[in-house]
Design a protein around this ligand. Structure first.
Ligand code: GLA
Length: 390
């Protein structure tokens, strides 16, 4: 038995009594390699699941009570609720995520027959932009499926997770995070077309290089970020473009078409937002083609260009993420580096040659601390599988 599995089962027993009937589960976190803020614009994304994520232990109850405990928020103790207490937007702590998924199952016609005791432990840094919340959502879905025998596929778990985030937690996120987590495959990234959810796995064979995550330690929550604002800016820009060209989403435009029609967007800021969405989608297509052709250098350059566009046109980076990326670009042996996830804090992702990883952590770490005043954290990560019973 893995050490973490043993630890979570033991903690479950300590908090909820005898562990009889309790089962352990895991769902990963995710990192997006390229294709940022394209998933709600009908574009492509290229994320992968990680080997770090969320562990859960769950057991059915005889009554309709819900008892939750998170080892990451131990100070909150056991949080009690019930199957009668689902209030969209109403929970003020982390239980909003598992409760949101339970609520979403019921909204989709899958009545949850009894309460449960649920213990969670995440080894993804919270609020880091590696999707700890989507990881909890997919994990909860996988637990409900297993405990109560609901017939749902992993792709359904992704859609239910997104639905719960949109309608219960009131964040208008796209499908990328939940999809990357629910459909994760070891050593593969997922090339997903968010317009129709068609996808393919692309092996990530980084011979002589590693994926390094740099965590800014600037906390953010999607809800209090400008995420929803960016989304509506894109919607308005799309409506303006639709007056001159027949498209369903920004993802349908090539760069040349965007340049041809962009004057229909009446506001300069909105034009920049839409430009990012169109160009980032095209960059993602080019990046996957480069990877398939074995051209990692080009993939890295496209990652760098993605960051510049998120910084200048989409304006979701901020000094912390800019410092992480800009200092990374200076280090010899860095193939590419960019912010990942929603932005406004969180993490960057870099592809770094094996022999340069130590210097990368040293140089970027020192420069970051000097400029920002507190330290960043660094993780060399691996690409892992989707949710599973342990
Ligand atoms: C967050 C959202 C995703 C996606 C990214 C930006 O992670 O949950 O749906 O929009 O931001 O690419």
């Amino acid at each position: 038995m893995s050490l973490i599995k043993e630890q979570v089962l033991q903690k479950f027993q300590e908090i909820f009594g005898a562990e009889e009937g309790a089962k352990a589960y895991f769902a990963p976190g995710r990192v997006n390699l390229i294709g940022e803020h394209t998933d709600y614009n009908g574009g492509h994304v290229f994320p992968c699941a990680l080997t770090i994520g969320t562990y859960g232990v769950a057991r059915k109850r005889e009554d309709d009570r819900l008892r939750f405990y998170s080892m990451n928020f131990g100070e909150l103790g056991v949080i009690e609720s019930s199957l009668e207490e689902f209030i969209p937007g109403g929970d003020k702590n982390w239980t909003a995520y598992p409760k949101g998924v339970m609520w979403a199952f019921e909204q989709k016609g899958m009545k949850i027959p009894s309460g449960l005791d649920l213990l969670l432990f995440g080894n993804i840094p919270n609020g880091s932009g590696l999707s700890s919340s989507a990881s909890v959502e997919v994990l909860t879905g996988a637990i409900l499926r297993d405990l109560f025998g609901f017939e749902v596929t992993n792709q359904d778990l992704a859609l239910i997770g997104q639905f719960s985030e949109n309608k219960y937690n009131l964040v208008n996120c796209g499908i990328m995070d939940q999809f990357a987590i629910a459909m994760g495959k070891k050593d593969n990234a997922i090339f997903l077309d968010t317009a129709d959810l068609s996808f393919e796995y692309a092996p990530i064979k980084l011979e002589g290089a590693k994926i390094v995550i740099s965590c800014s330690n600037k906390k953010r929550g999607l809800g209090d970020s400008k995420y929803n604002e960016r989304r509506s800016e894109c919607e308005t820009a799309l409506a303006e473009l639709q007056k001159v060209v027949q498209i369903k989403s920004l993802g349908e435009l090539s760069e040349a078409q965007f340049e041809e029609y962009k004057d229909a967007i009446r506001d300069e800021v909105r034009r920049k937002r839409a430009k990012h969405a169109v160009y980032e989608n095209q960059r993602t297509l080019k990046a996957v083609a480069a990877l398939k052709a074995g051209n990692l250098a080009e993939f890295g350059e496209l990652m760098n260009a993605s960051h510049v566009s998120l910084r200048d046109d989409y304006e979701v980076t901020g000094i912390e993420l800019d410092t992480l990326a800009e200092e990374a670009w200076k280090v010899p042996g860095v193939i590419g580096s960019r912010m990942t996830g929603a932005g406004f804090g969180g993490c960057s992702v870099s592809i770094v040659k094996d022999e340069a990883v130590d210097a990368f952590i040293q140089n970027v770490g020192e420069a970051y601390k000097k400029k920002i005043g507190y330290a960043a954290d660094f993780y060399v990560v691996e690409i892992g599988d989707g949710p599973r019973i342990l």
